[in-house]
Design a protein around this ligand. Structure first.
Ligand code: GP9
Ligand code: MN
Length: 628
């Protein structure tokens, strides 16, 4: 056999030796990433679910290493191994406390373990450092390996191998990410459940996606905005909030503000019955002692619950895609909590679920809440639905609130009545839903009936304790309960025979009530309003500045328009549905032609949405505040 063929034929041993660093890197890192995955999936773990995306992500790194000469490649892989091991240790420790993984937002907003009751030292376990064991064990091998004379691959060949291997890794990895984005729409764009992404795509992929999202938002925000446009927005905001406010002005000054956001409380259940039984008897009772807004709309987009929180606490629109709570958690806000703080209120959020869900622990810091009483602050003694039961959450929250320095702003978020409402056992079975038994709507009615019962107990306790004598309480639903794919169940329940888009939109209301000391103000207000109007209404009642709010004070604005993130709007007489570009007369239900007035409202809706996006993309509130 001639020499050439010998040269071409590299013995497998030689091949293994020349690339032993790569094989070791692949094997060790796969093992470490699978172990980290296991530690963040305590409830159920199957390595087969995550091994492929983990390997694909490592192949991308190996691809990059092939650019270097052999010694440089070994160095790159060794350093990459150390960096990734440190990230795995950090995520493991962070998960132990927050049941979440670290993100750029967490680092940026400093939501590390600062508020952790137990010190970080208590959270770190000796076994965590096993992630670094190989870094030391490999040192002798490395020294030996360095001495081996390894053939130097020419640059072109190194480039070719980099391109081939890197592309293979990217394509395979990209397919895994795409598969998840199909299975879990909005998850990759909103990152609302970081742990889920890390669990099913691996820790490297999660951090790559996180960095990519943050970087793309940053690039978007780098796009300059002209000073003229900035001034236009500032003038618009000033005009928007300078309505002459006389009604209800400063009636809440010095009083507590209790705001309750109820999971999936859709308005069709209010004052409704199933099989002759009231679905929400307690809320129906409390509505009669309060001001009730029965044409109040949710205005969330893909950030769902977190969008509702954002709307009511900032009076700005949510992001058109992605979650504002994730994308703009590094911004400056003139939030309700911030302005209440400036009036010496103690401000806190109470929600019995994982602090990192919807990036809340990061966003609440940006909104300047004094405290976030999350899952870690509650005794998880009973679960109903997604987590801590509303019964236990509200019970424990009542105890907490009794100790709060007054005056306080407490923002409570319930959880048990969460889609798909399948914990019917936990909901109890005192609501007979008849033929709806076993359907999504039937299960929802049971779920909201359960939550209504817990809210009734909680509100009665607040009243009996005297807390409501010095508090204004607001309660509203965060978003729809019955999704579009089950909307026919709701049409049947409502007796709607030939539903139109108008019927659908009219069902996208959530109840909103305001209770005042001694039931001072009562009645039903039919104005068409939305979640974005809550903050300016509170600002007028509590004497807060209304600096950068796009909503309107409900007590001092007539015929305002409710605008939605998809460009639809209603002024209470006409409903504009953006996806069919159709106007409906609300009274007749019939499609009507566009008029100049309607065209102006459509343009105004798009302008508001654009200005809201500009405020977020360019962090304009920070600029406006520094220019003051
Ligand atoms: C979880 C709860 C649910 O904290 O707020 O959020 P959602 O899935 O309704 O957006
Ligand atoms: Mn929700």
């Amino acid at each position: 056999m001639n020499n050439n063929s010998n040269k071409l034929k590299i013995s497998p041993l030689k091949l293994l030796l020349s690339y032993i660093d790569i094989f070791l890197f692949l094997a060790i890192l796969t093992f470490k990433l699978v172990m980290c995955d296991k530690s963040i999936s305590p409830e159920y773990f199957d390595y087969k679910l995550v091994i492929k995306p983990i390997i694909y992500s490592i192949i991308c790194l190996i691809g990059i290493s092939l650019i270097f000469k052999s010694k440089g490649r070994t160095r790159f892989l060794y350093i990459a191994n150390i960096v990734i091991s440190l990230i795995l240790i950090a995520d493991t420790v962070y998960f132990r406390y927050f049941k979440d993984v670290i993100s750029v937002g967490v680092l940026r907003n400093g939501v590390m373990l600062g508020g952790v009751k137990s010190s970080v030292a208590d959270l770190i376990k000796a076994k965590d450092f096993l992630y670094l064991a190989d870094v030391f064990i490999l040192i002798p091998l490395l020294i030996l390996y360095k001495k081996c004379d390894r053939n130097q691959t020419p640059i072109l060949k190194r480039l070719a191998s980099f391109i081939i291997v890197f592309i293979i890794g990217i394509v395979l990895n990209g397919l895994s990410i795409y598969k998840m984005s199909v299975e879990q729409p909005r998850l990759i764009t909103t990152m609302y459940n970081r742990v889920y992404i890390a669990k099913f795509l691996g820790d490297i992929n999660f951090h790559i996606l996180d960095i990519y999202n943050v970087a793309s938002n940053k690039i978007m925000s780098l796009k300059k905005i002209s000073p003229e446009k900035e001034n236009k927005i500032k003038t618009y905001l000033t005009k928007n909030s300078s309505t002459s406010t006389t009604n209800m002005k400063s009636i809440g000054k010095g009083k507590n503000l209790i705001m309750i956001q109820v999971e999936a409380l859709q308005q069709f259940v209010i004052n409704a019955k199933v099989n002759g039984q009231e679905i929400t008897p307690n809320l129906n009772r409390w509505l009669k002692k309060s001001l009730y807004f029965d044409n109040f709309f949710y205005q969330v987009a893909s950030g769902n619950t977190s969008d509702a929180e954002f709307l009511t606490n900032n009076s700005l629109y949510p992001a058109s895609s992605g979650a504002v709570y994730y994308m703009y958690a590094g911004n400056t806000y003139s939030s309700l909590a911030k302005e209440m703080n400036d009036k010496n209120y103690y401000t806190s959020v109470l929600h019995g679920y994982r602090e990192g869900f919807w990036n809340r622990n990061v966003m609440y810091k940006a909104e300047k809440f004094d405290d976030f009483w999350g899952e870690k602050s509650y005794n998880l003694n009973e679960t109903v639905g997604l987590g801590l039961s509303d019964k236990s959450f509200l019970n424990q929250s009542f105890t907490k609130m009794q100790k709060f320095k007054q005056p306080f702003y407490s923002f409570l978020i319930t959880l048990s009545s969460h889609y798909p409402y399948d914990d019917v056992k936990g909901y109890g079975n005192d609501l007979n839903v008849g033929s709806l038994e076993g359907t999504l709507t039937g299960n929802y009615l049971k779920g909201i009936h359960y939550t209504d019962a817990q809210l009734g107990i909680f509100l009665d306790k607040l009243e009996k304790s005297g807390m409501l004598d010095n508090s204004i309480l607001m309660l509203y639903g965060d978003h729809y309960a019955i999704p579009k794919d089950k909307i026919n169940e709701l049409y049947n329940f409502e007796g709607i025979k030939k539903p139109t888009d108008l019927d659908w939109f009219q069902l996208q209301k959530v109840p909103m009530l305001m209770h005042f000391p001694k039931d001072q103000y009562k009645g039903t207000n039919h104005s068409y309003t939305g979640q974005i109007d809550i903050y300016p209404t509170i600002a007028n009642m509590f004497g807060l500045p209304e600096k950068y709010l796009l909503g309107h004070d409900l007590f001092n604005t007539k015929n305002e328009t409710v605008m939605f993130r998809n460009g639809s709007f209603t002024d209470g007489n006409t409903f504009y549905i953006s996806w069919t570009n159709t106007y409906y007369d609300i009274k007749t239900g019939k499609a009507v032609p566009e008029t100049k007035k309607l065209k102006n409202l459509k343009d105004k809706t798009l302008l508001n949405l654009q200005y809201s996006d500009d405020i977020l993309n360019h962090n304009l509130i920070k600029k406006f505040e520094t220019e003051k």
